[in-house]
Design a protein around this ligand. Sequence first.
Ligand code: TRP
Length: 329
Amino acid sequence: MKRYVTGIKPTGNAHIGNYFGAIKPAIEFSEQEGVESFYFMADYHALTTIKSGEELREHTYEIACTWLACGLNPDKVVMYRQSDIPEVFELFTIINNVTPKGLMNRAHAYKAIVEKNAEQGINIDDGVNMGLYSYPVLMAADIFMVDADYVPVGLDQKQHIEIARDIATYFNNRYGNVLKTPDEYIDKQFAVLEGLDGRKMSKSYNNTIGLFLPENQLKKTINRIVTDSSLPTDPKPLDCTVNKLYKLFATAEEQEAFDAKLTAGIGWGDAKKELFEVANRYISPMRAKYDYYMSHRDEVDKILEDGAKKARVYAREVIQKVRKAIGVK
Ligand code: TRP
């Protein structure tokens, strides 16, 4: 049995790029044999970006409901809130003492801010608080807490896992073999989707299609996909954004038929209408589940609390070993 852990930062609503690029593959991964996985809402990590209590609470529910709606099965995986595991924060305090400051200076997110500040000629640490600076240490604590073998992450998180590995090694060199050194698990096949303007779908480009938009808004958003000014009778390229998105939602026969229509010539309006039909059909059952969970938050709380109980069994074991090793018990 290999143990996987991954944290999900609650920072706003998921879009279909998140779904196909991260959520769906992660859920499929969790359903394999021989895999024991832990998914937690990294609410304390979100404090670096979300500065309103109401917003953080809302986003945490949104992200938990999203994963449940997309099919994450809380009977098969351990799903919890980071903030429900106090051992994480104790471990964070402890491992800060084996973490060289220089290691944090090299972390990408911090370095990027420092470089930007330097360019603008202002104090290099402007806008940097200790939460941001020690973000990778908290992440390491999350990982050690459940004795994880692997951490499935996107490429952007690779350095954080390397840092966690370094921290485990520093700790173990001082105190003996206590912490497991985790490996990252990066699936390069994770899809990158095109957004409304043909660039990579990303919140920072403001070109996303929200995963659980109400029907009428989904339709409106699909209508905003940027297309050329060709006539309805002109053939459309098969690698257009509309077709790339269509393929994600349609059956093999539908894909073939749609290719034929595009090649023969179809108006963009009609093509988008067909995209909406298949997308809405695919998303509707998940959207219904999402809406259900969002209006039954007590059920979500129960799932997350049960998950925290399970996770804390591991967390207590790890923290006891750590306390013993460092000499406080
Ligand atoms: N930093 C991760 C992100 O931005 C979230 C995260 C927090 C995480 N703790 C983690 C991921 C532990 C993997 C393991 O997406």
